[in-house]
Structures are given as C-alpha cells and as structure tokens.
Design a binder for this molecule. Structure first.
Ligand SMILES: [Zn+2]
Length: 231
C-alpha cells in the first residue's frame, strides 16, 4: 500500500465509508488509544508484568497485585483498573483483521523500542491462541531514533517475530538513538539514504509513508522510493 491509498482510507474511515475491515480496525485502534492516552505514564508500569507472564489470564492475575494507584510526578495514576481492563480486552477481543505491533522511538521503558523488549512482548504474545493474527510493523524512523541498527534490523526483528508485515517508511529529523519520534521527508532527515533504502527492501513488505507535508511532499517521497528501486 502506498501513502495516497492509506490517506484515502483514513478519510473514508472518518466519513464512515471505509470498507468494513478497515473501519473495524481503525475503530478498535481509536478506542484503545483513547482509553490509554489519558494516562500514558501507566504504560511504563504495566510493561513489567507483561514481559513476565504468558497468557491473558496470568496477566490479569499479575495486574491484580498492582497497587490501585501510584503517584507519578504528583499526579495519581490508576494502575490496577486500567491493567485489568487491558487484560480483559485481550481476552475478549476477536481480531477481525491482523493486529500489528509497531516499534516505537522513545521512552527508556517503552515496550517496543529496544529489541530485548520486543522479544519480551513477543514471548507473551506467542503463548496466546491469537498469536497467528498478530504481526509486526517496522517503522524506520522509530528504529533509527530508538537505537536499532538499520543494517541488521530486519534480520534481528525477524529472528524474534518471524515476520514483518508492514513497513512505515519515514526519515528521522533526529539522530541515532535520540529517542525522538519526529518523522521527516526522505533525504531531509538523518537516515543514511543507502541504509534506509536497504532496510525497506530487506523487509519485503507493503510500505506506508507517514511523512510530513501535503500531496507535493508525499509525491516527492514516493519518487525517492522509486528512484531507490522500491515500489
Ligand atoms: Zn509508524
């Protein structure tokens, strides 16, 4: 899938006219995000038990031992109720479309920034009977800014997940291992162009561009990909 199809789909979703599987997927993502975004600091606390347990029922039990709330920067953060909602959601969700886990750029305790954390998440997922419907999305900006070597990224990630279902092709405004999630247009950021093109090719998956700007900038990014033998 290329960027213009992706943006078309997003518009159709917002207008309520998207083909059913996409509408379902976007709706599920929106619900999950709105549930979690009100309290993003909770994630850093939740990931510890997630790496240590194998099934949603164990996850639920582990979270039952968490304190009801925790003081984070002077703000009380609800832990147990949010964690239990998450565990219940995993247990109850019937995935109508594949769910892709995407690597992230920042956060020292993020669940999917470093390869060892991704391995922990995958270990938990692989024990689920829904594992076959969970895949991986490699974001090139996040990998670079998150400190994953682009030269070996595909090989190392596939060794953990066995699959890369989608590439989010983005250049990065910031430096290697900076932790900054700022996408840039191709050639305008800090990704070494040859490494960037090589990692997209090696993944061998459909590509979505999430770069800034409008039609003109996106067209230039698509031209850049084609000039590097992709698409
Ligand atoms: Zn992305």
């Amino acid at each position: 899938m290329v960027a213009d199809e992706y943006f078309w789909l997003r518009v159709k979703v917002l207008e309520g006219e998207a083909p059913a599987p996409f509408g379902d997927a976007f709706a599920a993502m929106r619900d999950l995000r709105s549930d979690l975004s009100s309290d993003p600091t909770a994630w850093e606390d939740l990931e510890v038990p997630l790496g240590a347990v194998h099934r949603a029922s164990e996850l639920y039990a582990a979270y039952a031992d968490l304190p009801l709330s925790k003081d984070v920067g002077g703000k009380p953060v609800a832990l147990r109720s949010k964690a239990q909602r998450l565990a219940k959601a995993i247990e109850a969700t019937e995935l109508k479309v594949p769910l892709l886990i995407e690597n992230t750029a920042g956060g020292d305790n993020a669940m999917a920034r470093r390869l060892d954390r991704i391995a922990g998440v995958w270990e938990a997922i692989s024990q689920s009977d829904k594992a076959g419907n969970v895949g991986f999305c490699l974001d090139t900006c996040h990998a670079w800014a998150g400190g994953i070597d682009l030269g070996t990224a595909v090989e190392q990630i596939k060794a953990i997940t066995g699959r890369i279902d989608l590439v989010h092709a983005n250049d990065s405004r910031d430096g290697f291992d900076s932790g900054a999630d700022r996408h840039a247009n191709f050639g305008a950021g800090q990704l070494p162009p040859d490494d960037f093109a090589a990692v997209v090719k090696a993944a061998g998956s459909p590509v979505v561009c999430e770069t800034p700007g409008g039609v003109e900038e996106h067209q230039a990014d698509l031209d850049w990909l084609r000039a590097h033998g992709i698409g």
